[in-house]
Design a protein around this ligand. Structure first.
Ligand code: ADP
Length: 208
């Protein structure tokens, strides 16, 4: 069986700055995996390369057996990414934004029941017709997770999902992620909270 993610000797340079220097590791399917390390260690850079938003200077990454450069379309379809920043078009309402996002992956109305289910499970069902600018920060965070999952990827990557989030919301996000993982989604997250890594992750890697 192939790894969910295989990272082989990845280097990334930004001009004179070497952000990643020979990173290699595998993540097995079904894992709940934590990527830890101090600020500036290169975690977001590695995630951007996995997601195909940035290119490695050298080395290879495959997602579910698909090379992220040669077979980027299949690799990209296999994963959902929740970035650190909250980025939305303020003029769409919640459900239209999610349906539009599903459309980018070629998913039509067959994806709508799943979208409604996620809104229920993330406690956003009563906001389905709200414009994005009418949501609280915590609601936007949960919506970012729903958006990453519209096309039902096998793998979910979250960059500091609970940074600046209150305890109650953090716990409800953890519960949702644990459920997704039990149902078979491989999850990778970066975090600064040791408590979070300890509560959720079966394995971790530390980048320095
Ligand atoms: P982390 O997510 O672990 O905090 P980053 O991946 O954001 O670390 O950053 C790793 C290093 O690469 C930092 O020194 C950062 O300043 C640098 N860096 C990140 N993105 C860029 C970029 N687009 N251009 C130049 N330098 C960058």
């Amino acid at each position: 069986m192939h790894a969910a993610i295989r990272i082989e000797d990845v280097h990334k340079r930004y001009g004179a700055l070497q952000a990643l220097k020979g990173v290699s590791f595998d993540i097995r399917p079904g894992e709940f995996f934590g990527l830890l390390g101090p600020n500036g260690a290169g975690k977001s850079t590695l995630i951007s390369i996995i997601a195909g938003l940035s290119q490695a200077s050298s080395g290879q990454i495959s997602v579910m057996g698909h090379d992220t450069v040669r077979n980027w379309r299949m690799a990209r379809r296999s994963l959902g990414v929740v970035p650190q920043e909250l980025v939305f078009d303020p003029f769409f309402n919640v459900v239209d934004m999610l349906r539009l996002q599903a459309g980018y992956f070629g998913c039509g109305s067959e994806s709508w029941p799943w979208i409604d289910e996620m809104l229920e499970r993330l406690d956003l069902a009563d906001k389905r017709r709200s414009p994005m600018r009418g949501l609280s920060g915590g609601m936007k965070r949960r919506l970012m997770i729903a958006r990453a999952l519209v096309h039902e990827p096998k793998l979910l990557i979250l960059d500091e999902p609970t940074a600046g989030v209150d305890i109650e919301l953090r716990r409800s996000m953890w519960t949702f992620l644990e459920e997704m993982n039990r149902q078979g989604t491989t999850i990778i997250l970066t975090t600064h909270y040791m408590e979070e890594a300890e509560a959720l992750c079966r394995n971790i890697a530390i980048i320095d």
